[in-house]
Design a protein around this ligand. Structure first.
Ligand code: SF4
Length: 266
């Protein structure tokens, strides 16, 4: 059966009205649901019959890839030009200078101009761009709630939980199993906060992919009769801060960075 190359291929077919008639909050969420095999393209009632007929046999590959991130970045970058960055900076209490807003991402400065160009001293990880843009677009003044919840308990997380668990939590656990010493130093590398005793984990720390988007990572080492375990928790405000797609992409960003650093320093 032919496959869609990425979720963006599906998104481009939709009318982008975000009308919710498919029971998804946005057309982008619907595209992700089709790509991950949870929905069929015919479930968008606004798609012309000939389009449905043409793509009816195509299925999603099941896992969002880097190509998805690149395509989504281009879509969202266009929206940045319609945003008053100075207002967004005030709401987010972020520095604003020479028409550019600066956001701290894992302790590093990401400066964004009105065209959506990003300036930073570190390599720009494709997965992190979308959360940074969404953080600016939403510019929520809401404080974090200080309530940790796993991805599956987020309102939009149920659909993506399987992918998130397989693609990110499992991969991160493999890194922690294999490079445990490195894993203990991750918190320093990314200017995070060490909170050793959380959930009685052997290693637990909070990272800040964005200033108001803390991520708690807890790792339990293997013991006789028990396999190791790793869980990722988000503040319960996270969907309002950046949206579920960006939460998912933060998982992708973290795993990409951890894999690179573990190979270099592990
Ligand atoms: S019904 Fe179609 S147009 Fe409406 S939100 Fe869903 S995908 Fe978008």
């Amino acid at each position: 059966m032919p496959e869609f190359a990425n979720a963006m291929e599906i998104f481009k077919l939709l009318n982008k009205s975000n009308c919710k008639k498919c029971n998804e909050k946005t057309c982008l969420a619907f595209a992700g649901a089709v790509y991950t095999g949870k929905k069929h393209i015919s479930e968008c009632p606004d798609l012309p019959k000939e389009i449905i007929a043409r793509y009816a046999d195509k299925k999603g590959r099941g896992v969002a890839g880097v190509e998805d991130a690149k395509a989504i970045i281009e879509e969202i970058r266009k929206k940045i030009s319609g945003v008053n960055l100075e207002d967004a900076a005030k709401k987010l209490k972020a520095p604003f200078k020479n028409g550019k807003i600066t956001i701290k991402c894992l302790g590093k400065d990401f400066t964004v101009d009105s065209k959506g160009n990003i300036y930073t001293d570190i390599h720009v990880n494709q997965w992190i761009c979308v959360p940074v843009f969404n953080y600016i677009l939403k510019a929520s003044e809401m404080p974090v709630f200080d309530k940790w919840i796993p991805f599956r308990e987020l309102e939009g997380g149920k659909r993506w939980q399987h992918l998130f668990g397989q693609r990110f939590e499992k991969s991160l656990k493999n890194i922690a199993d294999r490079y445990t010493i490195f894993f203990e130093y991750v918190v320093e590398i990314f200017s995070g906060k060490d909170i050793k005793t959380h959930y009685k984990a052997d290693i637990s720390f909070v990272l800040y992919p964005l200033p108001k988007v803390p991520v708690l990572i807890c790792y339990w080492k293997a013991e006789t009769g028990f396999a190791s375990e790793l869980n990722i928790f988000f503040d319960s405000s996270v969907e309002e801060m950046i949206g579920i797609e960006s939460v998912y992409m933060i998982g992708g960003g973290l795993i990409t960075m951890f894999e690179k650093l573990a190979l270099r320093h592990g």
